[in-house]
Design a protein around this ligand. Structure first.
Ligand code: WTA
Length: 641
C-alpha cells in the first residue's frame, strides 16, 4: 500500500478528512475473500436480512430457523427464531469431521516463556472434561458461572465448557479487583466461580485467589470455587468450597464424552459487564444464534482468515474483543490463534515482535494504546525481528491517531499490510464500521459500515448531519450480534440505548462522530460518562463510587484528560469528609486499586474544598476539565457557587 498524497503532520483524527488514501495493492486484491467492497455493501443493502440469513447458512444448526428476524417486540429483537444451535457446535464439534481435528487451535506462551499448544481435538476433549466437572457441581442450563483469571488456556476451556452445557459465563477481567468482582458476582448471582491462584504480569504476580476470596466473602452466592494452578504461590483453600482444577480434571467424572446442549438461537450465551452512566455496571447479554453469525462473518470478511493463517488478537479474553475474536470467532473459522499471557514490553520492549517472528503470526489485531506504547520505544526493537509473516493488521477500542497508524503500517507492517480499523462495542457483539482488506484506507477512520449494517451520524432531531458535521452515531436497523438486553434489567436496556431516538427505532451508540464527503466515518469520542483509558472502558461513576467508598472522602468527581499513550487518563477531585484526617493522593490511589483495579487508578487525585455544581447540584465536569487543561471555563451562569 502506498499513500496517494502524503501528509506527515500528525493531524487530529478526522481533521483533514481526505489527506491520505491508501489503495490496496494487487497482492491484497488477489488474496481477498471479498474483492469489491462497495458492491458487497450495495448487494447486502438490497435485503439485509437475507444477507445475514445467507451467512447463517454457512454455520451448523441442529435445526433451521423459521424466522430470520422477529421485530414484533422492538427493541427486543430476535434473530433466527426457532433455530437450534450452540456456539460450541460450530467452534469445536463440527471440526471433528475434517482435517481441522488435528490442526492447532491454540498456541500459548506464558510471560515466563513457557509454551503450550492445543489441537482442536485436544481442546474439545478438555472442554468436554471440564463441562462434566461443571455438571457434577450442579451447573445447569441457564446458570451463570463467573470466570476470573489471566490469559491462560484454561480461561478458554472454562468459557467453552460453560457455554457447551447451556450455562452462561460472566468473565471478569483479571485486572479488576475486589469490589468490581464482588459486584459482578452479585449481579449475576453466580454459584460457581472459576479463578486461578494468580497471574503473571510484568514479572510480578497478581494474587487472583486472594482477591476472589474477598469478593466471595462480600457478595454471598458463591458455593464453589475452582482454582487453576498457575503461579504456584500458596493460597487459602477452603474445604468443601474450593477445588483445584487439576485435581477435578483427574477424577473419573471428568470424562471426555459430553453432549453439547442444543440451544435455541435466542437462548442466552453470556453476560459481559460494561461501564455505563451509573455506578452499577451493566450486564450486556448475548445469545447463541445471531452472535456467532456476526462474529464469524466479520472475522472472515475483514481479516480474511485463511487455513494457513496464524491469528493473533492481542486483547484479553475478559473483554468483548477477546470473547468475539480470541475465543469464539477464530474457533468457529477453524483458525490457529496465539494467546500470550503477559505484558507487551516484558522483559524487553520487543516481546511482541519476538512473538510475531517466532510463531509466524500473519494477522495482528490490537489497540491503538498498545501501538503508541510500543512506538515510544522506537523502531529499532521491531526492526531486529523478521516480521515478514504479517499480511494484515487491525486496531480496535479508540480512534487511532495518524502518526501511530503510519508507524504501525510502515514499521510493523513493512508498508504492505492494510490496517483494519474496526469500530464496535461490547453491545454490538462484533465489528460494525470497518474496512475490508480491499477498502481504500484513510488513517484514523474505520471507513464505512460493514455490509448489512446501517448507521448514520444524526442531529438531535434525527436528521442526518452534513458532511463533516459532528453528530450522534446511531445504528438504524437491528443486526444479528446485537445485545438482547441488560441482564435482568430490560428497562435499563430500553432507556440506555433506545429512548433517545425511540420514535425512529434507532440504537444510540453513545459516540459522537462525523462523516466526510466520501462517507467515511470518523469517531470523535464518547458523549456519555464513559472514559476510554488505554482502550479500557470505564465509567466515571464507577471510579467516583470507589473513591467515596473511602471513609475520608465525602464527594468525588472524575474527568478524562488527553494522554499521548493511553488516549485518556483519569483526573479525580475529592472533597474530604469533615472531621476526618485529610487523605493523601497515594492512599486514595491504593484504595481505588484495591476496590476497582489497577486500570481504574486516576493519574492524579486533587483534594479540594468544593466542586463546581449547578444550582440543582449536578457536578459541572466541563468546568473541571477546562481547569485541568488550562482552557477557558466558558459560561458559568448556571454555577451555584
Ligand atoms: C470506542 C470495544 C474509535 C467507541 C470493542 C465505542 C472506537 C467504545 C473504536 C466501545 C474504533 C471502539 N475507533 N473508537 N475503531 N472501537 N471504539 O465496549 O467509543 O470496550 O463506543 O468495545 O470504544 O468500547 P467497548
Amino acid at each position: 500500500m502506498s499513500p496517494q498524497q502524503s501528509d506527515d503532520r500528525a493531524a487530529p483524527a478526522g481533521a483533514a478528512a481526505t489527506a491520505e488514501l491508501y489503495e490496496p495493492s494487487p497482492d491484497v486484491l488477489e488474496a481477498a475473500h471479498v474483492k469489491d467492497w462497495e458492491n458487497a455493501r450495495a448487494e447486502a443493502e438490497k435485503d439485509p436480512v437475507a444477507f445475514w440469513e445467507e451467512r447463517a447458512r454457512e454455520l451448523d444448526w441442529y435445526e433451521p430457523w423459521d424466522q430470520a428476524l422477529d421485530d414484533s417486540n422492538a427493541p427486543f429483537f430476535q434473530w433466527f427464531v426457532g433455530g437450534k444451535t450452540n456456539v460450541v457446535l460450530n467452534a469445536l464439534d463440527r471440526h471433528m469431521a475434517n482435517a481441522r481435528k488435528n490442526k492447532l487451535a491454540l498456541i500459548w506462551e506464558g510471560e515466563n516463556g513457557e509454551q503450550a499448544t492445543m489441537s482442536y481435538f485436544r481442546l474439545r476433549q478438555e472442554v468436554n472434561r471440564f463441562a462434566n466437572v461443571l455438571k457434577s457441581m450442579g451447573v445447569a442450563k441457564g446458570d451463570r458461572v463467573t470466570i476470573y483469571m489471566g490469559r491462560i488456556p484454561e480461561i478458554i476451556v472454562a468459557m467453552l465448557a460453560t457455554v457447551k452445557i447451556g450455562a452462561m459465563h460472566s468473565v471478569v477481567y483479571g485486572g479488576f479487583s475486589t469490589e468490581a468482582l464482588a459486584e459482578r458476582i452479585e449481579d449475576a448471582r453466580s454459584r460457581v466461580l472459576i479463578t486461578a491462584d494468580g497471574s503473571y504480569i510484568r514479572g510480578k504476580t497478581v494474587p487472583l485467589k486472594q482477591i476472589a476470596d474477598e469478593a466471595v466473602a462480600r457478595s454471598g452466592y458463591v458455593e464453589h470455587v475452582i482454582v487453576v494452578r498457575r503461579t504456584g504461590e500458596p493460597v487459602n483453600m477452603e474445604a468443601s468450597r474450593d477445588y483445584w482444577y487439576h485435581e477435578l480434571m483427574a477424577l473419573p467424572i471428568a470424562s471426555p464424552v459430553c453432549e453439547t446442549e442444543p440451544m435455541d438461537a435466542e437462548d442466552p450465551m453470556f453476560i459481559l459487564y460494561t461501564s455505563g452512566t451509573t455506578g452499577r455496571p451493566k450486564g450486556v447479554l448475548h445469545t447463541h444464534g445471531g452472535y456467532q453469525v456476526q462474529i464469524a462473518t466479520t472475522l472472515k470478511w475483514v481479516f480474511d482468515v485463511q487455513d494457513d493463517d496464524r491469528w493473533w488478537c492481542a486483547a484479553d479474553p475478559g473483554w468483548i474483543t477477546g470473547h468475539s475474536y480470541i475465543v469464539y470467532g477464530p474457533l468457529i473459522l477453524g483458525a490457529t490463534s496465539l494467546l500470550y499471557e503477559g505484558a507487551p514490553d516484558y522483559p524487553y520492549p520487543d516481546r511482541w515482535w519476538r512473538l510475531v517472528e517466532q510463531y509466524a503470526v500473519s494477522v495482528l489485531y490490537t489497540a491503538p494504546t498498545a501501538i503508541r506504547g510500543l512506538m515510544r520505544f522506537g523502531g529499532s526493537w521491531p526492526q531486529r525481528h523478521d516480521l515478514s509473516s504479517l499480511r494484515l493488521l487491525g486496531t480496535v477500542g479508540e480512534p487511532i491517531n495518524p502518526e501511530a497508524w503510519r508507524w504501525y503500517h510502515n514499521t510493523i507492517g513493512g508498508g504492505r499490510c492494510p490496517i483494519m480499523d474496526t469500530w464496535w462495542q461490547t453491545e454490538t457483539g462484533g465489528f460494525m464500521i470497518t474496512p475490508l482488506p480491499v477498502t481504500p484506507l484513510k488513517p484514523g477512520s474505520g471507513t464505512k459500515p460493514f455490509p448489512g449494517i446501517e448507521m448514520d451520524v444524526v442531529r438531535d432531531d434525527g436528521t442526518s448531519c452534513d458532511p463533516n458535521e459532528e453528530g450522534k452515531l446511531v445504528v438504524k436497523r437491528p443486526w444479528p450480534g446485537m445485545l438482547r438486553t441488560i441482564y435482568e434489567d430490560p428497562d435499563r436496556y430500553v432507556e440506555q440505548y433506545w429512548s433517545e431516538f425511540a420514535e425512529q427505532g434507532w440504537y444510540l451508540t453513545g459516540d459522537s462522530a462525523r462523516r466526510d464527503e466520501d462517507g467515511y466515518v470518523w469517531i470523535i469520542g464518547r458523549l456519555d460518562d464513559v472514559i476510554k483509558v488505554a482502550g479500557y472502558r470505564l465509567g466515571t461513576a464507577e471510579i467516583e463510587s470507589a473513591l467515596v467508598s473511602h471513609p475520608s472522602v465525602s464527594e468525588a468527581a472524575v474527568i478524562a484528560v488527553p494522554d499521548e499513550v493511553k488516549g485518556n487518563v483519569i483526573h479525580a477531585f475529592c472533597i474530604p469528609t469533615a472531621g476526618t484526617e485529610k487523605p493523601t493522593e497515594e492512599t486514595l490511589k491504593q484504595h481505588v486499586r484495591k476496590e476497582t483495579g489497577p486500570i481504574a487508578v486516576p493519574a492524579r487525585i486533587e483534594i479540594v474544598d468544593s466542586l463546581p455544581k449547578t444550582r440543582s447540584g449536578k457536578i459541572m465536569r466541563r468546568v473541571l476539565r477546562a481547569k485541568a487543561l488550562g482552557e477557558p471555563v466558558g459560561d458559568l451562569s448556571t454555577l451555584a457557587d
